[in-house]
Design a protein around this ligand. Structure first.
Ligand SMILES: Cc1cc2nc3c(=O)[nH]c(=O)nc-3n(C[C@H](O)[C@H](O)[C@H](O)COP(=O)(O)OP(=O)(O)OC[C@H]3O[C@@H](n4cnc5c(N)ncnc54)[C@H](O)[C@@H]3O)c2cc1C
Length: 443
């Protein structure tokens, strides 16, 4: 970033304010994932300074997080350093910092930077692409016992919980406790919960087979529950039925129309019944991170900023929201919170700003092109819905695998994931079965 040091405040946090006179316009992008990175790339030829801010240093490929949580893949295989964008694109500056406030009046944001303190950064254009986080629907206390799946550390926590449960089940003499350790409850039967349940079923039946003399992991109970009427509510009913049948065949108990009332260290209470479980996982819903709210514009119930058909924030010139953080309706339907929508929105916003910087006006609003919805159910089986086409099976799984390999950030990740999948396919084994050591005081 061009000369940034201008002011230091003498209290605990250093405040660094960028110099006000700049030759080029500055585009600040908050969130460096599908939407943010694509927007930055679309600005590669623009005569602008692009500042890409994220509180983590890696772009995470969330669609494969469930495979890290179930030991198929290791974290590095589904993430890529954001910083490498600076090597590829001269007009980009990457900043590892968390945006803590947005002031539209002074056109500045504040970002807490672990090394420097708080930076105040002025912008000419602002793109908010901060995505979503797990939503406990007013019961944040559940988070302590039921981790959500949104980050690599969430996935590692879940993996440790699952693998640790079998270790405890194998050592306890208490039958009730053994059953509790071998009961897994997944709350939320959308794509994440369903994919996690299917992969877990394969882990207990195939990967862990014969690994314990005292217990049989295949006798685990896996429960997928949802307050809604059916699994995969964003897919057609026929696809839901197909997936439910498949999950049942894999040994997953699907309980729909059941509301979770309590989650505690003993398990869950759902639909008035207590289910003892040492591993409760939360895949029930998402809400936006706070940045859209900081814009002071209208937000929907999930905290996403309402944008117009140009992805602009109304009455805030030069301010855009893209990806999961944007609430947009097209032809009477909400644009879904999926990676494709985030990529298309990010690209649109980047191009629009590039054109405006050249003094041209963009007249064509954003249109989401739906390439179809896919989800994996256990080993080698996926479902696809595209327009009127609804299909599922091994061939669909191959299409899913191809699409995901191609979409992964970095060539080395594509090669590594491909190799892991082939290894798992032929041996049933998973190479990332790690329970990280917890450090004891004094060690
Ligand atoms: C488990 C799981 C499985 C999924 N599976 C699929 C799938 O199979 N197919 C599909 O299409 N979609 C899937 N999705 C949805 C898809 O991942 C999202 O639609 C997509 O990631 C949205 O991209 P985004 O760029 O808008 O936001 P995100 O990918 O969520 O990224 C937002 C970024 O903003 C950063 N950020 C947030 N707040 C701040 C702040 N204050 N300061 C700085 N940085 C900040 C975050 O660190 C993050 O890097 C899945 C999501 C999850 C969680």
């Amino acid at each position: 970033m061009s000369a940034m040091l201008a002011e230091t405040r003498p209290h605990e946090a250093t405040v660094v304010v960028e110099a006000p006179r700049r030759a080029r316009k500055r585009v600040v992008i908050i969130g460096a994932a599908f939407a943010g990175i694509t927007a930055a790339r679309a600005l590669r030829r623009a005569d602008a300074e692009v500042v890409l801010i994220d509180r983590r240093n890696h772009h995470l490929f969330q669609p494969l997080l469930y495979q890290v949580a179930t030991a198929v893949l290791s974290p590095a295989e589904i993430a890529a350093p954001i910083r490498q964008l600076e090597a590829k694109q001269r007009n980009v500056t990457v900043l590892l910092a968390e945006v803590t406030s947005v002031d539209l009046a002074s056109r500045t944001i504040e970002a807490a930077d672990p090394g420097v303190g708080v930076r105040k950064i002025a912008f000419d254009y602002l793109v908010v692409a901060t995505g979503m986080r797990p939503n406990y629907f007013g019961h944040d206390e559940f988070a302590r016992y039921a981790p959500g799946l949104k980050s690599l550390s969430d996935a590692e926590t879940i993996r440790a919980k699952i693998l640790g449960a079998f270790e405890l089940a194998a050592t306890t003499e208490d039958e009730g406790e053994r059953a509790r350790q071998m009961t897994f409850v997944l709350v939320g039967a959308g794509p994440s919960g369903m994919e996690l349940a299917g992969s877990l079923a394969h882990l207990v039946k195939v990967t862990l087979r014969g690994n314990f003399h005292r217990i049989d992991p295949a006798k685990s109970t896996i429960i997928l529950l949802d307050a809604g009427k059916r699994v995969l509510p964003t897919f057609a009913e026929s696809v839901s039925r197909r997936v439910t049948r498949r999950l049942t065949k894999l040994g997953v108990k699907v309980l729909t129309g059941v509301k979770v009332e309590t989650v505690d260290e003993q398990g869950v209470v759902a639909g008035g019944t207590r289910i003892p479980s040492a591993t409760v996982l939360w895949t029930a819903g998402v809400a936006a991170w706070p940045v859209p709210k900081m814009l002071g514009t209208k937000i929907d119930r999930a905290g996403r900023a309402l944008v117009d058909s140009f992805l602009k924030v109304v009455d805030a010139p030069g301010v855009f929201v893209a990806g999961d953080a944007a609430s947009l309706t097209q032809d009477g339907h909400p644009v879904p919170g999926v990676a494709q929508a985030a990529i298309q929105e990010g690209r649109y916003v980047g191009r629009l700003i590039a054109k405006e910087l050249k003094g041209r006006k963009v007249k064509r609003p954003f249109r989401y092109f739906d390439k179809g919805n896919m989800a994996v159910v256990g080993k080698n089986y996926a479902v696809l819905e595209r327009g009127r086409l609804r299909t599922g099976g091994f061939l669909t799984y191959l299409v899913w695998a191809f699409v995901h390999i191609v979409a992964l950030p970095q060539l080395q990740n594509r090669l590594r994931v491909q190799r892991q999948w082939l290894w798992s396919y032929f041996t049933g084994q998973r190479s990332s079965r790690l329970i990280p050591e917890t450090k004891k005081p004094g060690h």
